[in-house]
Design a protein around this ligand. Sequence first.
Ligand code: RB5
Length: 152
Amino acid sequence: MDNDNKPIIIGCDHGGYLLKEKIRQYLIERGIDINDVGTYSEDSVDYADFGIKASKMVATGEYERGILLCGTGLGMSMVANKFPHVRAALCNDLFSAIMSRRHNNSNILVMGGRVIGEELARQIVKAWLETPFDGGRHQLRINKFDRIEEMM
Ligand code: RB5
């Protein structure tokens, strides 16, 4: 498949911590190298701090892909999508995860640790890792907003 075994940067806040630990385990089982920027416990933190750390490394190209988790996934996706070249997709269902790869070439997967359970999250991550980008007209559509910050 596409690039399903490349190293991945992962991050979370306290709301995503428990699910992040499960996903970290799943990625290890798949033999994927992980850079876990934290947080490392359920103690309350600010999601922006961890979203920024991880998204920056995708924006600079240091990592091709990342996974972020907070309570809902909303805060993390808002933070991540501030970064150039980041296409963060909040996917708390399988169909969105697949389509975020096929049509949007998402490079950060975001999930809500208080929204979905471990089994669904594993299936979402699996599908997201294994689904390639369709390209073609979808690339042309991405080109229309990829450098939008330069137009402002
Ligand atoms: C933390 O309580 C919660 O606000 C956070 O995890 C996330 O859901 C924010 O969008």
